[in-house]
Design a protein around this ligand. Structure first.
Ligand SMILES: [Zn+2]
Length: 621
């Protein structure tokens, strides 16, 4: 979802609106005489925190920056996107500018050179007597010749210009070889082969194109693992080793296992575990997750015992600080789980062992470890608690304190509730102590954030406003399971705050045929729709029709509740502002009446929700 979010992050709605509408400050927000209907008293509001606008007068409508431009300029979404992208300096994808065409061409050429080099390295490994050390290393690691061929593993011979001679002989200019990073330039402007006497692993993108290499030293050279540098084709942080061969199996099993090393991937695939990829030694990045989330929402991280902090640590008070902090990457995982309804599980390898060793020595143990992988948060809890002295009040309270940021990160109240209860049970204390601590922690967080963002424009708040996981989840369900349309009758385009989602919902309300809708879409919206259509759901949803219906009903209720709550809080802010600046009695009365109406509607939603829950319960009993 690149361009749309990009535009939203770079533009401030207050600035854009104020170019055509005269805004006055009203508390934290802005108001104006509505540009869309005629009125004397301002009822058009802009909310910088949410990057949204709303007219409380005759229009009774609102939205984000896109819907504002659409209405103001009388254009459709794709024209509004172009206008705003231009303003924001965002390059829209698939637009064949000469610059972009040149970039694509450059990338294709780099891939071509890499593929030629990969074939050369592979040929040397299989056929040259110079590759004996490499071959015996391969045998020692238990790799079969088929696996080596499947992944086109190769050998970069010793010597400073073996590859260079070969590739220039094929007609590739030296500048191109320097661009791929296969050659390195000296200060004297002469150059030499980057990879020498190394076992070579071609790294491919999801389409199977060779974008770069990883090379393992076969002598004492350092570094032990050397990668291609960042190029127009290769981005280490956006690569997953083995993804091109693993993707089908990941989708099939709806599960991806993430290991660290190249050989781990090779061995796993060799033994039939084909849903395994490597993060290439780095911590997982957003780019890698974006690739995976198109395939599955179920991730298993294979951690070695040391990384997971499983090694024995003496249990003294001073050590708690070292033991407890959850690895920072785990907060990212919790956020990821929340945003994409994903599940991340952890499997711990036996101490001192790599995945490939486990698989070769005892394949059934590996399978068992997969089956027994623990949900990440459970894992963190259990680990933290196992390390403290349960009879010490101080250690217990320290654990609670340390785990707060993790709990606060969970945006789904049901999930948060589940884990609050679990933590209380594990620590054998009353749940309300933990709930209390969490409330205090959140308040302190808000104060801290409020202070730092008071005067500055923070992209962070806007990012939150620009991506709505709930809206996207709901649409993905509706589009993938058309039979759920009956559960969406209470929803209207107004329930979708993001224009891109609103557009798709509107189109779909008028026409059931997704293929038809897709054909008529702007290329950027098409990409958005494709993302929604390829979103993977857990098996509880894919295999169970009644769960699916319930989930959809739940989404619809949550969207309605969210809209009403937004209206409610906007209304209350307006009332406060009007009261402060001495608004007319009629205006105040009107706002109060609107507030009451919102409350009535909210109550209706709650009552429905309550009935439904009881219904579900009695169905189960
Ligand atoms: Zn209006």
């Amino acid at each position: 979802m690149g361009a749309i979010d990009d535009v939203k992050q770079r533009l401030d709605i207050v600035q854009v609106v104020s170019e055509s509408v005269k805004l006055q400050k009203a508390g934290r927000n802005y108001k104006a005489v509505c540009p869309f209907h005629s009125e004397k008293d301002p009822s058009f509001f802009v909310f910088p925190d949410k990057q949204s606008w709303h007219c409380f007068g005759a229009c009774g409508t609102g939205g984000d920056i896109f819907s504002f431009i659409m209405k103001k300029e009388g254009v459709d979404f794709s024209q509004a996107l172009r206008l705003l992208a231009n303003k924001a300096g965002v390059q829209l994808v698939n637009e064949a500018t000469p610059q972009r065409q040149a970039q694509n061409k450059e990338r294709e050429l780099l891939v071509e050179v890499n593929e030629t080099a990969a074939a050369y390295f592979h040929h040397i490994l299989l056929n040259s007597s110079a590759a004996e050390t490499a071959k015996s290393y391969i045998t020692r690691r238990g790799l079969s010749i088929e696996t080596v061929k499947d992944f086109q593993v190769g050998y970069a011979p010793e010597g400073w210009d073996t590859l260079k001679q070969y590739l220039t002989g094929k007609g590739y200019p030296e500048t191109e070889l320097l661009n791929t990073g296969l050659l390195v330039e000296r200060e004297s402007k002469t150059n030499y082969d980057r990879f020498r006497n190394r076992l070579m692993f071609p790294i491919r993108n999801i389409q199977g194109k060779v974008t770069g290499f990883g090379g393992r030293a076969l002598d004492d050279s350092l570094p032990k693992y050397l990668n291609s540098p960042q190029t127009a084709a290769f981005d280490k942080s956006g690569s997953l080793y083995g993804i091109e061969r693993a993707k089908a199996s990941i989708k099939d099993k709806s599960q991806a296992i993430i290991v660290e090393g190249y050989v781990d991937v090779l061995v796993a695939h060799q033994y039939g575990y084909r849903n395994v990829v490597a993060s290439m030694g780095t911590a997982m990045t957003d780019k890698q997750l974006t690739i995976l989330k198109g395939l599955t929402r179920n991730l298993i991280l294979a951690l070695d015992a040391d990384a997971a902090g499983e090694e024995a640590v003496s249990r003294s008070g001073e050590m708690i600080d070292k033991m407890l902090p959850v690895p920072p990457s785990f907060y990212g995982w919790v956020k990821y789980e929340d945003a994409y309804n994903a599940e991340v599980r952890i499997m711990i390898l036996p101490s001192g062992k790599d995945p490939d060793e486990v698989i070769i020595e005892n394949s059934s143990q590996w399978q068992e470890m997969i089956t027994n992988a623990r949900p990440m948060v459970d894992f963190i809890f259990e680990r933290a608690i196992a390390k403290i002295d349960q009879t010490s009040a101080r250690e217990k309270s320290l654990v609670v304190e340390r785990l707060m940021p993790l709990l606060a990160e969970m945006k789904d109240p049901v999930r948060q509730g589940h884990y609050l209860e679990r933590l209380a049970r594990l620590l054998k204390i009353d749940e309300h102590f933990i709930t209390d601590t969490l409330r205090k922690f959140k308040a302190a967080e808000r104060r801290r954030k409020g202070k730092t963002t008071l005067n500055s424009f923070t992209p962070a708040t806007i990012t939150m406003a620009s991506s709505s996981p709930l809206e996207q989840y709901c649409l993905a369900l509706l589009f993938q399971y058309p039979e759920l349309k009956s559960e969406s009758t209470e929803l209207s385009p107004e329930h979708f705050e993001n224009t891109e989602n609103r557009e798709l919902f509107t189109k779909w309300s008028n026409c059931n045929d997704i293929a038809k809708i897709k054909n008529g879409l702007d290329i950027v919206l098409q990409e958005h729709l494709n993302n929604l259509l390829s979103r993977a759901f857990p098996s509880i949803i894919t295999d169970n029709e009644s769960v699916r219906h319930e989930t959809m009903e739940d989404c619809a209720v949550r969207l309605q509740e969210r809209r009403l709550r937004n209206l409610e809080s906007q209304n209350q802010e307006l009332l406060a502002v009007e009261a402060e600046i001495g608004g007319t009695a009629a205006q105040l009365a009107k706002l109060e009446e609107q507030g009451l109406e919102i409350t009535r509607q909210l109550q209706k939603v709650f009552i429905r929700q309550h009935h439904r829950r009881r219904q579900v319960k009695s169905d189960v009993q």
